[in-house]
Design a protein around this ligand. Structure first.
Ligand code: NAD
Ligand code: MG
Length: 386
């Protein structure tokens, strides 16, 4: 029987690579629902190739255009947030790939968990903002959350077959981004084009900027904390510029296991889709001859976002959701060239400092905190611009 897969964010970097994997295994996987935001041509082409039951564009005008393009196809077209939520719980889905970017992924992910659908999680912001709620709901519903993020896939694989009570430490690797060797002065004038040039990975714009500021690693520390139920004090970050060792785990006896592979997201995606099986495939294989592997501590002074994420995780409550929202707003402003690269951490810090943390928030509290943080961050950006 083919595994039935739905993808939220199929027009993005992870979404397209997921379809690439599915294309290579027509006997194993079938697509049920696909979603995008505005990219009519791309989603139309995906629908024609994969013939899902449901296709959604959250932008209403674009969804209307898609409907017209797909006249004669049996795929149902929906729009807006209702459409995204319908795709998340599309009947018959065995596994939902959550590959939308940002906080927009939270509601549909929770809906799918509520419906008992297993999650292949790329959308880390969901766990950052509402990790306690999402993991509790998954435990209650018996839903598996299988990581797609390469570091978390590595940890997941290293932990397999090992009793988690023997886990001592997680060593999360980071490429260090394009500015690893830049001086603090050089960071002042960085342009979006420079920040978007990641040395090892080809990803969506938001995560590429997050990688350059090292906020991506901060978000991943929080993601690991929730996925593997491990204290933040037992998660360390190692800068590993080659992106070959995707992460490591250290056990109580001091033994360390690592997972290695070429920097190609299709490998962790394939693993999440086929878990617990391992499928032979045509992806390029790792050749270690001549391959240097080096490791450095992160520079938390040059890249303060990493420390902010740790701090938010330690304080807990609504603070991680606030940091996530402020970061989303600041990154968008940087991409619009309204603020400089170094203003991103300043916007986050200022928003954190203004926040009255609410302990043990429910879902509504998280949404209120997210909305509050977006407004505050916008105000702070305006003040920086004037
Ligand atoms: P992307 O920007 O390339 O794609 C995002 C997708 O979400 C697109 O399909 C877009 O249409 C859709 N989208 C955007 N805004 C939306 C909204 N408000 N409502 C509904 N849909 C919306 O991003 P990406 O690089 O594929 O990243 C997706 C997620 O996966 C992020 O959370 C990212 O952190 C995570 N991730 C990505 C990579 C990678 O290699 N790209 C690696 C690890 C984790
Ligand atoms: Mg990652």
């Amino acid at each position: 029987m083919k595994k039935q897969i739905s993808i939220l964010g199929s027009t993005g970097s992870i979404g397209r690579q997921t379809l690439d994997v599915i294309r290579s295994f027509p006997d194993r996987f079938r697509v049920r629902a696909l979603t995008g935001h505005k990219n009519v041509a791309q989603l139309a082409q995906q629908v024609k190739e994969f013939k899902p039951e449901l296709a959604v564009l959250t932008d209403t005008k674009s969804a209307r255009e898609l409907s017209q393009l797909l006249a004669g196809y049996s795929t149902r077209v929906l729009s807006g947030e209702e459409g995204l939520l319908a795709a998340a719980v599309c009947p018959g889905t065995d596994l939902l790939v959550t590959a939308v970017v940002g906080f927009a992924g939270l509601k549909p992910t929770l809906s799918a968990i509520d419906a008992g659908i297993d999650i292949a999680l790329a959308n880390k912001e969901t766990l950052v903002a509402a990790g306690s709620i999402v993991t509790a709901k998954a435990a209650e519903k018996g839903v598996s959350i299988i990581p797609i993020d390469s570091e978390h896939s590595a940890i997941f694989q290293c932990l397999e077959g090992n009793n988690p009570k023997y886990l001592r430490r997680i060593l999360l690797t980071a490429s260090g981004g394009p500015f690893r060797n830049s001086s603090p002065e050089e960071l002042i004038g960085v342009t979006p084009q420079e920040a978007l040039r990641h040395p090892n990975w080809d990803m969506g714009a938001k995560i590429t900027i997050d990688s350059a500021s090292m906020m991506n690693k901060g978000l991943e520390v929080l993601e690991a904390h929730w996925l593997f139920n491990i204290p933040l004090s037992a998660i360390d970050v190692l800068v590993h510029p080659q992106s070959i060792v995707h992460s490591l785990v250290e056990f109580t006896d001091g033994s360390v296991l690592a997972q290695l592979g070429p920097p190609d997201m299709r490998l962790p995606i394939l693993y999440a889709l086929s878990y617990p099986e391992r499928l032979p495939n045509s992806l390029a294989k790792l050749d270690l001859f001549g391959q240097e592997l080096s490791f450095f501590p992160p520079d938390q002074v040059k890249f303060p976002c990493l420390a902010y994420a740790y701090e938010a995780g330690e304080v807990g409550g609504t603070l991680p959701a606030v940091v996530n929202a402020a970061n989303e707003v600041a990154v968008a402003a940087f991409l619009r060239e309204e603020i400089g690269f170094l203003t991103i951490p300043r916007v986050i810090r200022a928003t954190m400092d203004l926040h009255q943390v609410l302990e043990s928030p429910n879902l509504d509290d998280i949404f209120v905190a997210d909305t509050w943080a977006r407004q505050e961050a916008e105000g702070i950006i305006k003040a920086f611009m004037s």
